[in-house]
Write a protein that binds this ligand. Structure first.
Ligand code: HEC
Length: 108
């Protein structure tokens, strides 16, 4: 347990979680960089990887449709949709969700 039971550290911990969680939930370019997405989807595209601008405009159709977006996240992460790409399948459910949401919202 990262949060121990003493009152002082519980408060500190709660404060830290409050500060950190919104950032973790909100994907950004930094998250994509951190996960190495740009090594294939970046300026120099690798294999058949589309650039994120293109992907983002394709995924814009999921805007406001959380159910369809989540379905896309699942097939993306389990490799059903685009063959088996390690970088996609290694993502946690949470990271995949955040990244796809970021793309749906325009990848900014
Ligand atoms: C090893 C290279 C590689 C890495 C790293 C990689 N991808 Fe991909 N990605 C691909 C390829 C290749 C495709 C296209 C596969 C196809 O069309 O069959 C693809 C397709 C996609 C698609 C679907 C695109 C579309 O327009 O339909 C999304 C979304 C995506 N990748 C997101 C990501 C994210 C987010 C990351 C970072 C976690 C990432 N990829 C990392 C190679 C990669």
């Amino acid at each position: 347990m990262p949060c121990s039971s003493s009152l002082k550290s519980t408060l500190t911990c709660a404060l830290l979680l409050t500060l950190v969680s919104p950032m973790a939930a909100q994907a950004s370019t930094a998250l994509a960089v951190e996960h190495g997405c740009y090594s294939c989807h970046g300026l120099y595209l690798r294999d058949e990887a589309p650039n994120f601008e293109h992907t983002s405009s394709r995924l814009a159709k999921y805007k406001g449709d959380a159910v369809a977006e989540q379905k896309f996240v699942e097939s993306f992460r389990t490799g059903q949709m685009f063959g088996h790409i390690d970088a996609h399948e290694r993502l946690s459910a949470e990271a995949a969700k955040a990244l796809i949401h970021w793309l749906v919202e325009g990848a900014r």
